[in-house]
Design a protein around this ligand. Structure first.
Ligand SMILES: Cc1cc2nc3c(=O)[nH]c(=O)nc-3n(C[C@H](O)[C@H](O)[C@H](O)COP(=O)(O)OP(=O)(O)OC[C@H]3O[C@@H](n4cnc5c(N)ncnc54)[C@H](O)[C@@H]3O)c2cc1C
Length: 308
């Protein structure tokens, strides 16, 4: 029986594993991969202690730190797909058929990109449809592309694409941009960029690869099309809470409701840290800090049976 099963290997899961090892807990960390969402970022400038670090480098540092504690059991490349309550805690089961009995579980499942849900999106995924401009912008050198999303993610994608793409159409549902002013200026002042406001994405068409992006112009309710070779979907992210939706309370956005003093969920024995929780701000440092709080509280729970 483990003291703690940590699910996820982003900044939250990694920080939790280090703290759990130092608290002498019997711990296993299970993750599809180390590093979490910002692994795709070229340049992270606010991870405390590093002026600038790439997502891949950050992932390696997190993994190395976790692996430096021999007592931490690590399972990578597998995914947890079941958690159930048992007599003295929980049974956690992976897709690969591994089973872990544990007194407590820490959910650091993070979040994943939201899809548009329009015709052609899945069909052309990887064939012109992309979800990470930082990763894929060079593939669109000299091409015409659409970026969907008027928030910071959309604006950052446009900025990532500017050095490569020939022409960028930014599709925005409302009549204004939502992202930071400095990003808005960078986008609006560039001649390669055309912003199309009050536009609802309708369909992606092509023949093997993306050729057309269809949208409804809400000003005249007319269907319009753009000839493009790429569509970047940047409309936010969804918490990866599906695994526990029947076990713990979620809010209307699907985030796990957390007691922010202790990081406890609504079910005794399950703690939460990072982007999968209902915290207002989603950042690497915050996720790591949440995880530290959670493990310290789990330690009290295990040792005194009560916590704070
Ligand atoms: C492109 C991009 C750039 C960003 N840049 C910054 C930045 O510069 N600075 C900053 O502070 N923040 C940045 N963020 C936000 C930051 O990445 C997140 O706040 C942070 O990664 C959240 O950490 P987490 O540990 O909660 O979850 P995640 O990083 O999402 O990690 C969750 C991990 O859990 C694993 N997992 C999920 N479900 C399962 C399962 N069922 N079984 C096993 N493993 C599972 C996932 O594979 C993943 O490895 C950025 C985000 C994106 C998308």
């Amino acid at each position: 029986m483990y003291d703690i099963v940590i699910i996820g290997g982003g900044p939250a899961g990694s920080a939790a594993a280090v703290y759990a090892a130092r608290k002498q807990m019997k711990v296993v960390l299970i993750t599809e991969f180390f590093g979490g969402q910002s692994v795709v970022s070229d340049d992270i400038q606010n991870w405390i202690g590093e002026k600038s670090i790439s997502g891949i480098e950050l992932a390696k540092k997190l993994e190395n730190h976790v692996r430096s504690f021999e007592k931490i059991e690590i399972v990578t490349g597998d995914k947890i797909n079941g958690i159930s309550k048992i007599d003295k805690g929980f049974l956690v089961v992976s897709e690969g058929g591994k089973k872990f009995e544990t007194k407590t579980v820490l959910m650091t499942l993070g979040a994943h990109r939201k899809k548009l849900g329009i015709l052609g999106e899945d069909k052309f995924n990887g064939k012109g449809v992309a979800y990470c401009a930082t990763c894929d912008a060079p593939l669109f050198t000299g091409k015409e592309v659409v970026v969907v999303g008027g928030g910071n993610a959309g604006l950052e994608s446009v900025v990532d694409l500017i050095p490569y793409a020939y022409k960028i159409y930014l599709i925005v549902r409302s009549d204004s941009l939502k992202g930071d002013k400095i990003m808005q200026e960078a986008v609006l002042s560039n001649k390669k960029v055309t912003v199309i406001y009050t536009a609802d994405s309708k369909e992606i068409k092509g023949n093997g690869f993306v050729e057309k992006f269809i949208y409804i112009d809400k000003k005249d309710n007319q269907e319009k099309e753009l000839s493009v070779q790429g569509v970047f979907v940047e409309i936010g992210s969804v918490p990866s809470s599906g695994l526990v939706k029947d076990l713990v309370d979620l809010n209307e956005r699907g985030e796990i409701i957390v007691d922010h003093k202790t990081q406890r969920s609504s079910l005794t024995g399950i703690w939460v840290a990072g982007d999968v929780g209902d915290g207002l701000y989603k950042q690497n440092n915050i996720s790591a800090g949440d995880a530290v709080k959670a493990v310290l509280n789990i330690d009290q729970y295990l040792n005194k049976g009560k916590g704070v």
